[in-house]
Structure formats: structure tokens, C-alpha cells
Design a binder for this molecule. Structure first.
Ligand SMILES: [Zn+2]
Length: 251
């Protein structure tokens, strides 16, 4: 496509009609898919977040388990010391020595009790987190099944429309190249303004094909001449005569 080439208004209008028809086709596919693409991507994001949270809780549980193992180790060491002191206490020479060893034993017993208390608390914490984890897993499971259903539904639609959609997407790109930038900008702006995505409409029964506002005969004749781009005074859509509109076929 050479950028030097100048198009007549008529050619420009025909290009706009082509573009409109092609993109209206694409709109139809979009409508078929409805909210599904957005719902699928929202669900995927949500599930990713839930998985990350699950991993965090699992890591927390591992951390607490590690803490419990350390405490168990500490108990073993204390028990070993107690055994050692017990043996020593059998060979003491005086009561002062005996008392000193007894104190050591008591201190180690206290260590054991403290460690056991820590283990008990930690186990309770783990139990809570495991419950949380079970809930999270169930939640992920149900979200995943909803996602699967929506994805299947979307895939079914895509499978039936993919070929046509690709075809019309290509046609849209080609048509866009034939419309000058400024006009394309207006077209996109008008198209974006209306839910039905119509920016180029024919005159139908003496009225704008977009908003059905009556168009005076003088203006209709100007539109038929195809000498300048005329927009509807009421809705701002680009108007073309019905013949030009019908002459353009997209398939
Ligand atoms: Zn209008």
C-alpha cells in the first residue's frame, strides 16, 4: 500500500463501509463469547493467588515442624544430661555436691517441660493451619472446576469461529490500511461510542441507519454524490447511501 496514493471520497467511503462490515462480523464473535474470556482470565488470576497462599501456609507449617524438631532435640539432650547427672549423684562425696547435681537435674527437667509446652502449642498451631489449608484446597478445587467448565464452553465457541475470526481479523487489518489515519481515528472513536459498534451506517428510509433521525432530502442527495464525508447531525455516525452500502460485501 503506497502512502502517496490519493483516494477519492467515494473510495474512502467504500473502504470505511468494508471496514465497518468486517469489524461488525468480528463483533458478532465477541458477542458469542460474551463475558467468558474475562471470566476465564479472572478465575485464572484468582486460582494463581490461592495457590500462592496455599504455598505460604505450607511453608509456615514446615517452619513450625522444624521448630518442633528442634524442641524434640533439646528434650533428648536434656534427658541425656539428666541421666548423666543421675549417675553422678550415685557417687557424690557430700550433700553439697548432691544438692548441686540435683539442682542441675531440676533445671534440665524444667527445660524438658518448657520444650514440651512449646511442642504442644506448635502442634495446635499446625492443626489450625492444616484446617486452613484443607479449606483453601477445597476452595481451589471448586474454582478449578468452574474454570474448567467456562474454558470448555469458550473453547467450543472458539473452535467453531476461530477460522472465520482469523479470516476477518486479517480483512480488518487490510481494510484499515486503506483508510487514512485521521478518518480511522474518527471511525474508531465513533465506534467506541456505541454499544452496537456502528460508526458507518447507510441511509435507510430517509433516516440515519444508526439513530433513525430523519435526514433532509438535500442532505441525502449530498450523501449520494459521495463527494465528501458526511456525518449524522444527531449521532455523529458516518453516513453512506444505501447503494454503496449494499455494493460492499464481505465474506
Ligand atoms: Zn444518526
Amino acid at each position: 500500500m503506497s502512502s502517496v496514493k490519493e483516494f477519492s471520497v467515494e473510495e474512502k467511503l467504500a473502504s470505511l463501509v468494508t471496514l465497518q462490515k468486517v469489524e461488525s462480523k468480528l463483533d458478532e464473535y465477541k458477542i458469542l463469547k460474551g463475558e467468558l474470556p474475562m471470566e476465564v482470565s479472572d478465575l485464572e488470576d484468582e486460582i494463581t493467588g490461592l495457590h500462592a497462599r496455599q504455598t505460604r501456609v505450607e511453608e509456615e507449617i514446615n517452619g513450625i515442624q522444624e521448630f518442633i524438631n528442634q524442641k524434640k532435640e533439646a528434650i533428648k539432650e536434656a534427658d541425656a544430661l539428666i541421666k548423666k547427672y543421675d549417675k553422678q549423684s550415685q557417687n557424690v562425696k557430700n550433700s553439697r555436691e548432691f544438692e548441686a547435681i540435683n539442682k542441675e537435674i531440676e533445671m534440665q527437667q524444667l527445660e524438658v517441660k518448657l520444650a514440651e509446652k512449646h511442642i504442644k502449642d506448635a502442634n495446635e498451631e499446625i492443626a489450625e493451619k492444616v484446617q486452613l489449608l484443607e479449606k483453601a484446597k477445597k476452595n481451589i478445587g471448586s474454582k478449578e472446576s468452574v474454570l474448567k467448565n467456562k474454558k470448555d464452553e469458550l473453547d467450543k465457541i472458539i473452535a467453531t469461529t476461530e477460522k472465520e475470526e482469523k479470516h476477518f481479523t486479517k480483512l480488518s487489518a487490510e481494510a484499515r490500511e486503506k483508510v487514512e489515519a485521521r478518518l480511522l481515528h474518527s471511525y474508531d472513536r465513533i465506534r467506541g461510542n456505541y454499544r452496537n459498534g456502528l460508526a458507518v451506517v447507510p441511509v435507510l428510509r430517509d433516516a440515519c441507519g444508526g439513530c433513525f433521525n430523519a435526514i433532509p432530502p438535500q442532505r441525502q442527495s449530498e450523501i449520494r454524490q459521495r463527494k465528501k464525508i458526511i456525518v449524522c447531525e444527531n449521532c455523529g455516525r458516518i453516513l453512506v447511501d444505501n447503494e454503496l452500502n449494499d455494493a460492499v460485501e464481505v465474506k
